[in-house]
Ligand binder design. Structure first.
Ligand SMILES: Cc1cc2nc3c(=O)[nH]c(=O)nc-3n(C[C@H](O)[C@H](O)[C@H](O)COP(=O)(O)OP(=O)(O)OC[C@H]3O[C@@H](n4cnc5c(N)ncnc54)[C@H](O)[C@@H]3O)c2cc1C
Ligand code: FES
Length: 243
């Protein structure tokens, strides 16, 4: 879905999201990552059909008007010059890192994109960057059933990648919480900086209701305004002990 927006929404950062009023009468807005800014004044979203709100959004006709609150939250930090980046995305988590990948693609440094999906039909190929012949941009795939790429998960790919990247590389991750926890734990064990984007059920989207808190080393923090992107070191990762 693409939306033309007002001036205040012209410059979202990768990792930020907006809160969409999906349908009149729905009590809560729905949060969606900015998946791209194809031209100034237009935002792209990738929306997975889940329930009433996402169905209503998918049924909108061209030219319909939607109330948008945003851009909201803290996005990803860009790596310093000379530092390679690795993006790990699981399932619909591709939506949360697509804009980031577009920004990182424009740098000269190496970018490796690791994508996991249930099977080849769930890979969202059209949203993934294309690998370059010189290896500067590498795309690696994992599927649960082995129908494309490695049979395994995006974290299996990350474990392989961590063995060959330099210490100063940065890892970015978006996907289901179990996956972002596992990816964060692997990166921390290797001593690599890692930023993860979290999804929580949200109400206000602006830090007021405290309905979206997660536990961090610094107490409970809201995903909508302190996140959705967090330094993995600050999160209480369930899989740290098993990584
Ligand atoms: C920061 C952030 C970014 C997101 N970005 C995207 C994106 O780019 N593309 C995309 O398809 N989805 C994204 N999601 C998930 C998306 O918000 C939910 O799938 C959507 O709100 C479901 O609404 P629904 O009415 O269709 O489903 P319902 O099941 O009817 O939703 C009921 C309630 O639960 C909330 N909810 C349900 N699932 C989720 C979820 N996974 N995360 C958070 N809230 C949820 C809804 O906001 C709503 O309040 C994002 C979530 C967050 C928090
Ligand atoms: S949704 Fe209200 S504080 Fe995050």
């Amino acid at each position: 879905m693409a939306c033309s927006v007002g001036d205040d929404l012209h410059s979202p950062e990768p990792g930020q999201f907006v809160h969409l009023d999906a349908k009149p009468g729905l009590a809560l807005r729905r949060p969606f990552s900015v998946a791209g800014v194809p031209v100034a004044g237009t935002l792209e979203f990738l929306i997975e059909l889940v329930g009433e709100g996402t169905r209503a959004l998918s049924a909108l006709r061209v030219g319909a008007t939607v109330s948008i609150l945003g851009p909201l939250g803290r996005g990803f930090t860009m790596p310093p010059p000379g530092v390679p980046a690795v993006i790990v995305a699981g399932g619909a988590g591709v939506a949360g890192v697509r804009f980031l990948a577009q920004r990182l693609e424009k740098r000269e440094e190496r970018l490796t994109m690791l994508v996991g999906a249930r099977d080849r039909h769930h890979l969202l190929h059209e949203l993934l960057p294309e690998a370059t012949p010189d290896g500067r941009l590498e795309l690696r795939i994992a599927t649960d059933d082995g129908s494309a790429g490695l049979q395994g998960t995006a974290c299996d790919l990350l474990a392989q990648e961590l063995a060959r990247i330099p210490d100063e590389a940065v890892v970015y991750c978006c996907g289901p919480r179990a996956m972002t926890d596992a990816a964060g734990a692997l990166a921390l064990k290797r001593g690599v900086h890692c930023e993860v984007s979290l999804e929580e059920v949200m109400a206000c989207g602006t830090g007021a209701c405290r309905g979206c808190v997660v536990e961090t080393s610094d107490g409970y923090r809201t995903v909508c305004s302190d996140g959705p992107v967090f330094d993995a070191r600050a999160l209480v990762l369930e899989s740290v002990a098993n990584a």
